[in-house]
Ligand binder design. Sequence first.
Ligand SMILES: Nc1ncnc2c1ncn2[C@@H]1O[C@H](COP(=O)(O)OP(=O)(O)O)[C@@H](O)[C@H]1O
Ligand SMILES: [Mg+2]
Length: 351
Amino acid sequence: MPEDIDRNKEPMAMSFDVTSLTPNSGKYTSIPDTKYNVRETFGLDVDWEVPGFTDDHPNVPEIDKTYQFDHDTTMAILAGFGHNRRVMVQGYHGTGKSTHIEQVAARLNWPCVRINLDSHVSRVDLVGKDVITLQEGKQITKWQEGLLPWAIQNPVALVFDEYDAGRPDVMFVIQRVLESEGRLTLLDQNMIIRPHPAFRLFSTTNTIGLGDTTGLYHGTQAINQGQMDRWNIVVTLNYLSHIDEMNIMFAKFPEMTDDEGKDNIDKMVRLADLTREGFINGDLSTLMSPRSVITWIENTMIFNNREVAFQLSFLNKCDETERPIIAEYYQRCFDIELPESAIRKQAIAAE
Ligand SMILES: Nc1ncnc2c1ncn2[C@@H]1O[C@H](COP(=O)(O)OP(=O)(O)O)[C@@H](O)[C@H]1O
Ligand SMILES: [Mg+2]
């Protein structure tokens, strides 16, 4: 019904002009009170200034100093913060979708809350429920607000993580919010919640809303087209380039910057790349994210043995039928055969 949509239409607070707003005054007590220079803050080659907060806050994610900001993804997320755009970040797992949003929020001191729709989040968790409590010896029913109404009323960047894995009842609620310009109607409560001007909405997905056309992501659903339309910006994040990923490792492990360390990291990242190609081609069901490489390096230092560390941090997580493929990648990168015991169970099964 077009009338319905029009009636609900109300422009959302657009970009902040911090020069004309007085912080901590008026109706909203927590609006952005400063601007961050994008070149200085994120190392991107653009002359943008983005609103943010001066003060830290418990819900602001912790800064990862070694974080490498991808240009396009970061620009999209910054447009989300600065101009109140709803941004969806799409890409394979482990590409840095969730952490990109968190790390941008961390630099802007913008509180950020992540809800993983992949878990068993239900409509009730999201919206709220009646709970029975005792008050002066009497049983009373009290409305307990869910995460969504709370977030909408606060200066919070809400991230719906694994958006394409959301349960239908949850997606129904989210669709209502998206269609009503961010307002949430709580029918049982007879209440309409309006978004705080610094409320922001982001999502991450593995698929682009068309369902799983590749067979790589079980449990994902097609996203209703009308709902996809409500996302103003959709950006795709691919794996980091080889050199960028190596640079993350050097930043995290400065002791690895000698020739031997560099050679090692080069090969480790190459192996991770091979597992990603294998995953995309359907040969592997597990891949090494940058996080896996970091853990592998850490474990190598603990055990002082790269191969043992590889087994402990990655190989043992992989399906046994796929271990020979990984052993072959390993051989290609390091010219070393992994011990038979690490892949043996499968070898016996294959006989
Ligand atoms: N650009 C990056 N700079 C530093 N670390 C990164 C980067 N991208 C990913 N990582 C690391 O890789 C891991 C996976 O990232 P994550 O955001 O959870 O991926 P996704 O949400 O796409 O599955 C995290 O531990 C993160 O620290
Ligand atoms: Mg994620």
